[in-house]
Write a protein that binds this ligand. Structure first.
Ligand code: NBP
Length: 245
């Protein structure tokens, strides 16, 4: 290990999410190294928001990678799309087998699957991680939904569960969700697999809302599934399955 490898975690992307998540990780006793495409933002961050913390910065990818303890844990919080692929290509020549890349942005799940397969072939552990809670969550406790290469999880668990939000019983709002794009297909399976109507799905969600899954999202899902358009047909079926940012 290089004598300069001092950081527990590396984070690329110093916009609102990245800056706040770094400060959160730092608060929990982990040393973070920060990097950003526009390198001047590293110095600005260290001189302002991160002043007086243990956070360190890097001015090049080589310098950034050299400062990370192995296996390297590198999270990207950059604009979803090309920026993620570009950073993966920039990082790859400097990484070693077993290093971990985490994409914490709002990537489209087929892109995550493609990157997972590509990086598996390069012996790099790739994790796609949903980060929920916006700026405030990133700073004081997000809900984290990591999935991808399960070999990465034991290395990430102590950090991710320390910085995540807490449920009323103290449990961390973060656990491993599975390989690839697990967790996004309940509606698809119910409708196209089992053949449930929207009303039948609404009844299932209503039932779930009376048990341990009782939550705002389960409650509104019940209402959404049961909601009818003016012609009496379920409205949900008429809404295009597309989102942008
Ligand atoms: P943005 O989505 O605004 O992205 C800004 C970052 O992306 C900067 O570090 C910027 O570098 C970098 N970047 C861009 Br823009 N284009 C790039 C390129 N072509 N190559 C390399 N880097 C590039 O930041 P954010 O609002 O902090 O969100 C980060 C991720 O987290 C996004 O995927 C977002 O969808 C997701 N997310 C955001 C929120 C939220 O509440 N904002 C919540 C949950 C998830 P630069 O400084 O050099 O321009």
């Amino acid at each position: 290990m290089s004598s300069t490898a001092v950081a527990d975690f590396g984070l690329i992307g110093l916009a609102v999410m990245g800056q706040n998540l770094i400060l959160n990780i730092n608060d929990h006793g982990f040393k973070v190294c920060a990097y950003n495409r526009t390198v001047s933002k590293v110095d600005d961050f260290l001189a302002n928001e991160a002043k007086g913390t243990q956070v360190i910065g890097a001015h090049s990818i080589e310098d950034f990678v050299a400062k990370l303890k192995r296996p390297r844990k590198i999270m990207m919080l950059v604009k979803a799309g090309d920026a993620v692929d570009k950073f993966i290509e920039t990082l790859l020549p400097h990484l070693e087998e077993g290093d971990i890349i985490i994409d914490g942005g709002n990537s489209h799940y087929p892109d995550t699957q493609r990157r997972y397969e590509y990086l598996t072939s390069k012996k790099i552990l790739f994790v796609g991680c949903g980060v929920s809670g916006g700026e405030e969550g990133a700073r004081y406790g997000p809900s984290l939904m990591p999935g991808g290469n399960p070999e990465a999880w034991p290395h990430l668990k102590p950090i991710f569960q320390a910085i995540a939000a807490r449920a009323p019983d103290g449990a961390a709002c973060c656990d491993w969700v599975g390989e690839g794009g697990a967790g996004h297909f309940v509606y698809h399976i119910f409708r196209d697999g089992v053949g449930f109507t929207d009303d039948e799905q609404g009844d299932i969600f209503a039932q779930w809302n009376k048990g341990v899954l009782d939550s705002f999202l389960i409650e509104i899902s019940t209402d959404i599934l049961r909601f009818k358009d003016t012609d009496g047909q379920p409205l949900l079926e008429k809404i295009r399955d597309a989102a942008g940012q």
